[in-house]
Ligand binder design. Sequence first.
Ligand code: ATP
Length: 232
Amino acid sequence: MTRSAIRTGAALNNVSAGYARQVVLHEVSAVFPAGAVTALVGANGSGKSTALSVLAGIVRPAAGSVERPAGRAALVVQHDAVPALLPITVRETVEMGRWAGRPWRRRLSRHDRAVAERCLTRLGLDQIIGSRLSALSGGQRQRALVAQALAQETDLLLLDEPTAALDVPARETISRTLREVADSGVTVVHATHDLTEARAADHCVLLRQGRVLAEGPPETVLSQDNLLDAWH
Ligand SMILES: Nc1ncnc2c1ncn2[C@@H]1O[C@H](COP(=O)(O)OP(=O)(O)OP(=O)(O)O)[C@@H](O)[C@H]1O
């Protein structure tokens, strides 16, 4: 993606943010292009999840500003952060995506159900729609969570290590879906430790100890020197 082709989908402008006892992000500025997949890369604790939470509006910056599309963002947290014993089925999990931001107890429309159905199929979940979330493997659960996020039909899709510890087919299903969603105009941002995946992104933001070490095309951002810097 050339600089001139970049249309901003979301951006952090000089953002400092963190938690009660700790500032995690220090004056972070980064652009997340619309209609593109951005990989957020960095060592453990470098602030990737915190940056996603700031973009999602869950963590409020102590300083700086956040640009994002109007409406809610969909955030897919790491699947082991979701209580495995939630007594709901795969279908219910995905349909919950249609409840997001709506009045409580409003019935799902035919359109809502059709959208959920499409998302279930897209993530290859047709055979297990009636299964309890608690009965699924990590990869199946992750695909259900991605389908739930897609069902929200947002312009900003954020995912925290969506393919970590998944087998190759599950990883490919999710990566292909993220690509298709970005091609439809959505701003997709995923945190990843997988450099192959990061290199397949359109844009890359490399964090080191809560600061942006490099931003731009993956082939330049993920240079040997930058990677050494980021991990030391
Ligand atoms: N909810 C929270 N409350 C307090 N501190 C937190 C919280 N979430 C993260 N932190 C702290 O913020 C720092 C950055 O963590 P963060 O999860 O953003 O990094 P990360 O790059 O996503 O790490 P990883 O690759 O391990 O997932 C860490 O020191 C962590 O302990």
